[in-house]
Design a binder for this molecule. Structure first.
Ligand SMILES: Nc1ncnc2c1ncn2[C@@H]1O[C@H](COP(=O)(O)OP(=O)(O)O)[C@@H](O)[C@H]1O
Ligand SMILES: [Mg+2]
Length: 262
């Protein structure tokens, strides 16, 4: 259905945790791309507790792009998450390596969008915006870019400038097709409608505040109890967020197919 990018404006609101949580409840196969320019893959060190690694993934893709073999090599760079329909593309292993990837991201965006033909969607963890080596090529190519934020004033003050920039870029065709805010912990202290007004950005279904369960995703801690994934309010909110993303992407498609412009 599409390419969805998650990024933050400041702090550490939960981009990686949310991208993973939403991917794990996604309704069909999905590729989770770690494109955080900080490097060192929080995903592999966290959820996977360091049991999985592929230090050469990005180097192989850079070389493949140079040789015009990106489409062939990409599927081999993906790591399947056992027992799920998620596969992960490990990101830059270091901040220094992220510096050599700016051209790769744009080329990769094209190939990732092509995965749709094989029935796969793509969720990208783009880390924090404003970093020197932010994956601009992926953000610009996104069908939907989600500005992940908490709801306190410092978080909103930082998010506001990016909300304006993303909205303008979406309107003039130089940015993601569609943009929205994705709140982690609504009502702490501002609720979604208040945030939407402050950011002048639509808000998507929010992610529940639940530090204990969030650690299952961000640190790979074992979930407490067998029926956990059914009951847990965090997982339920990931499902609601995933559904809202899909609805949004479907709406975009309908607008485009009826002659609307991006
Ligand atoms: N929904 C949530 N409720 C409470 N804490 C959360 C939630 N999502 C993430 N966290 C916690 O916030 C911290 C930062 O999460 P992380 O995903 O690494 O942020 P980012 O990728 O934005 O830097 C982690 O300790 C994580 O467990
Ligand atoms: Mg992160």
């Amino acid at each position: 259905m599409g390419l969805v990018v998650l990024a933050s404006a400041s702090g550490s609101p939960g981009v990686t945790t949310t991208a993973l949580g939403v991917a794990l409840v996604w309704h069909r196969p999905v590729v989770l791309v770690d494109a955080d320019p900080v490097g060192g893959s929080a995903l592999l060190a966290g959820y996977f507790q360091g049991t999985v690694s592929d230090d050469d993934a990005m180097v192989n893709l850079v070389l493949a792009r140079r040789d015009g073999r990106l489409a062939d090599v990409l599927p081999r760079a993906l790591i399947s998450v056992p027992g799920t329909h998620v596969s992960v593309l490990p990101g830059p292993k270091s901040h220094a390596q992220a510096g050599s990837l700016s051209e790769l991201w744009a080329a990769l965006a094209y190939e990732l969008r092509g995965l749709e033909e094989t029935g796969q969607d793509v969720i990208v963890d783009a880390g924090r915006l404003g970093m020197v080596h932010s994956p601009q090529g992926l953000i610009r190519a996104a069908d939907l870019a989600l500005l992940v934020s908490r709801t306190d004033l410092p978080a909103l003050a930082a998010a506001r400038q990016w909300a304006a920039e993303w909205t303008e870029a979406a309107q003039d065709g130089t940015g993601a097709g569609s943009v929205a805010a994705l709140l982690v912990g609504p009502g702490r202290p501002y609720d979604a409608s208040e945030v939407a007004k402050v950011l002048a950005l639509p808000t998507l279904e929010s992610v529940a505040w639940d530090p204990r369960s969030a650690r299952v995703f961000s640190e790979g801690q074992k979930p407490p109890g067998s029926a956990w994934s059914q009951r847990d309010q965090l997982v339920r909110s990931y499902r609601a967020t995933a559904a809202a993303i899909n609805q949004r992407l479907t709406g975009e498609r309908l607008t485009m197919s009826s002659g609307g412009v991006r």
